[in-house]
Design a protein around this ligand. Structure first.
Ligand SMILES: *[C@@H]1O[C@H](CO)[C@@H](O)[C@H](O)[C@H]1NC(C)=O
Ligand SMILES: *[C@@H]1O[C@H](CO)[C@@H](O)[C@H](O)[C@H]1NC(C)=O
Ligand SMILES: *[C@@H]1O[C@H](CO)[C@@H](O)[C@H](O)[C@H]1NC(C)=O
Length: 188
């Protein structure tokens, strides 16, 4: 009888493992040691927002890049972006403060605080929460070096977004709209 109970329990555990990939492992925040894994240009491929108006807001992004670069202060990272939205390019720049695994910056009057999550190689996965007075929301954004992503990595991203309870219908860039030009990109 006892043996039967053990076997049954084991069977149950493996079924639930199957059904729910371990969210704890999938959304573990981390800060890469190797600067090559952070700095430079990244192209946005997919994302989600919460609550709904912020999720919808991502739809305007036809293409988007960010460029992270070092400053003389090791705790400050310069973040520049180029968003192709409503048929124009919206460029911006902020200095973000890194403290442990958390990164904070102020963009468009909102205070963002977020961190990097484990992701595919040549990928950068970012999630943050933001507050603008009494309004709060959050985002998750998947970037890659090239702007393309392997279908199996799309599935992993969707699981990660699901673990964090983001809307399931993630937004994807069309991959056809050209990236906004960057006049600070050096041509060496
Ligand atoms: C970021 O910091 C650098 C160096 O301290 C400064 O030159 C630059 O103007 C800052 N940029 C913004 C957007 O605050
Ligand atoms: C900036 O914030 C204002 C007020 O919160 C909002 O109406 C506007 O859409 C935001 N602009 C961008 C580009 O996010
Ligand atoms: C990223 O930005 C830095 C300075 O802000 C620039 O020197 C570099 O060329 C940019 N990299 C790319 C690939 O655009």
């Amino acid at each position: 009888m006892a043996l039967l109970a053990v076997v049954f329990l084991l069977a149950l555990t493996s079924i639930s493992d199957e059904a729910a990939p371990d969210c704890k492992d999938l959304v573990k925040p981390f800060m890469p040691e190797d600067p090559k894994l952070i700095f430079g240009k990244w192209v946005y491929v997919m994302g989600a927002g919460d609550p709904m108006p912020y999720h919808k807001a991502l739809e305007c992004l036809k293409s988007s890049w960010i460029n992270l670069s070092r400053t003389s202060d090791t705790q400050i990272v310069n973040l520049r972006w180029g968003d192709h939205c409503f048929n124009r390019c919206i460029m911006g720049e902020v200095n973000a403060t890194v403290s442990g695994i958390a990164t904070t910056f102020r963009k468009n009057l909102s205070d963002h605080k977020g961190h990097i999550l484990q992701s595919c190689s040549d990928c950068l996965l970012w999630t943050d929460t933001f507050r603008n007075e009494d309004v709060t929301g959050r985002y998750i954004m998947q970037f890659t070096r090239t702007g393309t992503i392997d279908p199996k990595d799309v599935e992993i991203f969707k699981k990660q977004a699901g673990c964090l309870n983001f809307p399931e219908n993630v937004h994807s860039c069309d991959g056809e709209t050209e990236l906004c030009p960057d006049d600070k990109e050096s041509t060496e």
